[in-house]
Design a protein around this ligand. Structure first.
Ligand code: 0PR
Length: 378
């Protein structure tokens, strides 16, 4: 820090110049986040000083958090869900497994997750002292229930299913996992960080949420397809006892207990999430998801014309193109200022079609992709 301050205009200028180094979203096809909705930004700014580490002081903001949880709960078929807004899918997944561990009382707990699970579960296992067992996938890259069953034993405390996998946007057979969970009296967590605000708005129906008896908890992230501001994820439990299993007493605060992992935590993104949910409603999200899925179809058609096979038929707004050397293709696209990601199993170029993308952007991208792949333009 300098000894004396700097003029506001100069500070803003520095910030502006530094931000130029970030990639604008128009060039990003690798992100599960997007430009926040303008109303979310307004609401975020309005609540910028709020701290839900002290809900007695910020009781209005606390009420908003309750409304967000109820809105998400009713969307996901548990209108009486218990939970709170976390800093992200990672925190939600850690806390879900922490609740399962605390409730189990087992000394050497293990959790069975799909091989396709996000790396936040590796962090959760490390933090919580839980053994992770990774179940194999079927040919459509959904978890194979037979593999889950084999890995389950007397020390298993929870199963995890993914609704909208990070790599392919695939949806695990949550209803089958729920049957296994119920038959062994196990906790079942559904990581719908990405899919939670996509799947309810698809034309095809999936059994993936609390409608399925046996689902104990869910992660769903408004800062991904919810177009809210970061940090905004929600952890939802069917039963109050799960939230209670996370309680820490806070003797010197006016509110005597916390179930959150964070202490000080912003209410700004909660206000943003409430605002965008209220403003868009289910029909607004249906429009967003339908538009993204149309763009996915457009890429799919172009891929067919180019003769590029897909890893799977897209289920959500993620599309993976099987090219020979994805890393090389991604590198050459980056030279043209396009940001895509690659996956290893299956080997593919992964495109996440988020709301910031348009037909025009994607057409330009596809032209560059054709060039990079040496495919003749038609
Ligand atoms: N669960 C699933 C299924 C996820 O896809 C992710 C993140 C998480 C949990 C963890 O969520 P947080 O990152 O909110 O803690 N998925 C994205 C990914 O790894 C995160 C991301 C978003 C990465 C935007 C890059 C980016 O530009 O791809």
């Amino acid at each position: 820090m300098d000894e004396t301050g700097t003029a506001e205009s100069k500070v803003l200028n520095i910030l502006h110049n530094i931000k130029e180094k970030d990639v604008p979203f128009e060039r990003v096809l690798s992100s599960m986040c997007t430009m926040p909705h303008p109303l979310a930004v307004k609401a975020h700014t309005e609540f910028i000083e709020t701290n839900l580490g002290d809900p007695t002081v910020f009781s209005g903001t606390k009420e908003l958090e309750g409304r967000v949880i109820t809105m998400l709960g009713s969307l996901l078929h548990a209108p009486n869900a218990h939970g709170y807004v976390t800093a992200g899918g990672t925190e939600s997944n850690i806390q879900a497994l922490r609740a399962a561990r605390n409730l189990s009382g087992k000394a050497h707990p293990n959790v069975v997750i799909p091989e396709s699970a996000h790396f936040s579960f590796d962090k959760a296992a490390d933090v919580l002292g839980i053994e992770l067992r990774k179940a194999s996938l079927d040919e459509e890259f959904r978890v194979d229930p037979a593999s889950v069953e084999v890995l389950t034993d007397k020390n298993t405390i929870a199963l995890v299913g993914i609704a909208g996998t990070t790599g392919l946007g695939q949806i695990d057979p949550i209803d089958v996992l729920a049957e296994i969970a119920l038959s062994h009296d196990l906790f079942l967590h559904v990581d719908a960080a990405f899919g939670g605000l996509v799947i309810p708005f698809l034309d095809k129906e999936y059994s993936f949420d609390f409608k399925v008896q046996g689902v104990s908890s869910m992660t769903v992230d408004p800062h991904k397809m919810g177009t809210s501001t970061i940090p905004s994820s929600a952890l939802l439990f069917r039963d109050r006892a799960c939230l209670d299993a996370l309680t820490t007493s806070t003797p010197y605060l006016a509110s005597r207990a916390q179930h959150t992992l964070a202490g000080t935590r912003t209410g700004a993104s909660i206000a943003a999430t409430y605002a965008v949910f209220k403003y868009l409603g289910r029909s607004g999200y249906k429009r967003i998801v339908t538009r993204c899925m149309k763009l996915v179809s457009m890429i799919e058609q172009e891929a067919a014309v180019m003769g590029i096979p897909l890893a799977i038929q897209p289920v959500t707004n993620v599309i993976a193109l099987r090219v020979n050397s994805p890393e090389e293709v991604a590198f050459r696209l980056k030279e043209r200022n396009w940001y895509v990601s690659t996956i290893f199993e299956p080997k593919a170029l992964r495109l996440v079609v988020m709301p910031h993308l348009t037909e025009e952007i994607l057409n330009t991208f596809l032209d560059d992709l054709k060039d990079v792949l040496g495919v003749a333009k038609c």
